[in-house]
Write a protein that binds this ligand. Structure first.
Ligand SMILES: [Zn+2]
Length: 55
């Protein structure tokens, strides 16, 4: 599972496919709410605010 900014979205998808050999589900962080999980404050690859959740 990754949270990434829009700039690193493609990197995260490629990494996910390499790791799990299937395409990830993609969610926009703005459109979902978490109850038991706090959204990480920065992208998996950089310090930018994350925009997408990849699972
Ligand atoms: Zn990033």
């Amino acid at each position: 599972m990754y949270v990434v900014c829009s700039k690193h979205l493609e990197d995260a998808i490629e990494e996910f496919i390499e790791a799990y050999e299937q395409p990830p589900d993609l969610y926009e962080l703005d459109t979902i709410t978490f109850t038991e999980w706090t959204t990480p404050s920065c992208c998996h690859y950089c310090d930018t605010n994350p925009k997408y959740l990849i699972v």
